[in-house]
Design a protein around this ligand. Sequence first.
Ligand code: NAD
Length: 357
Amino acid sequence: MEVVMTDLQQIKAGIIGFGGMGFHHGTHLMALADGLELKGVFDTDPERMNLAKERGFSAYSSQEELLADPDISFVVVATPNDFHPAIAEAAMRAGKNVMLEKPATITAGEFEKLIEIAEETGRILTVHQNRRFDSDYLIIKEVLAGGRLGEVFSVHSCVHGSNGIPPGWRKVKRQGGGMLLDWGVHLLDQLLLVIPGKIARVYCTMQTLPDGSDECFDLTLTFESGLNAVVSVGTKNFIPQPRWLVCGNLGAAQVDGWNCVGKVVTVKDTEVYFEPEIVYTTAGPTKTMAPRNKLTVDEVPLPAIRGDEGAFYQTLISALRGKSKPIVDNAEVLRVLRVMEAARTSYETGRAIEFNM
Ligand SMILES: NC(=O)c1ccc[n+]([C@@H]2O[C@H](COP(=O)([O-])OP(=O)(O)OC[C@H]3O[C@@H](n4cnc5c(N)ncnc54)[C@H](O)[C@@H]3O)[C@@H](O)[C@H]2O)c1
């Protein structure tokens, strides 16, 4: 039955999968959201159900019981990735609007099927791509929009840690583990929103665990424009690369890490040539790779932009009230899933994959 929400009514939500991220949704993100409240959760782990009760939420005895509650109009799916398609389908068929945690699904085919079910049932299907509101991304988005770097030819987006992958489903390929589906999906989502045009080729290398799940990957996307983007995620990198490094013919921008420290360096006058001083490395001289003469460039701090952790849910509530579309377009989700599939094929075949999308 169709539930029509008024502005005064609280949207009642349910969460399926009350682990790390489900807990964050329920106790933090939903608590910040004006107009939405968590009614209850279902998790297969009794300890997580006890935690839910301690926090004052209903703990349903089964997924079916949660989905049968007519109060609940919206369900967040925050289980391991392999359960997402079946739970999302059941929730939409029970009349609920659904938000899947990223990556949405393991394969593009699974997500296509869910889009069809959303159309058939008239329910909202969306994906929690929260990192569209991270400060580092918003800063780079602003720098790119400003055009000060000129023609951008290279973008590196890296997330590196050295703790390895935590134990559990994230290390299991058939459950949708591995870093491509975990962090890669965020970085690709961000990248494809700020780089226009089609991707021509995809090439990927990985380091994998015995079951094939990737601990680390380096993915190169060559756009039809000629722009090269590298997305790199590592869990064994004791010295991380910068979070972002963007190069254009008139300048470059770097964001060092989550702290959003960094700089924008732009050329003052492209017509003027300053002879660089020759640098002698241990074994020989170089003029080409000598440091840039400081008088020829401007160096400024990154724009001071801070992401808003509550913003995603505000856009979601507007969509649930029928006032706007969800900000995460399912065609965008599908494109990212297809890039990740091409990346996997590239790794498995050792070849660059023609993409044209
Ligand atoms: N958007 C983000 O920033 C972000 C961050 C972390 C995780 N995630 C996503 O959230 C999801 C969950 O990740 P996590 O880190 O919370 O994992 P987790 O292992 O901490 O939690 C998963 C929970 O699901 C429960 N569960 C397993 N199968 C279930 C089932 N069939 N029905 C109900 N409950 C079930 C488990 O008992 C566990 O409590 C994943 O899709 C992950 O990609 C998103």
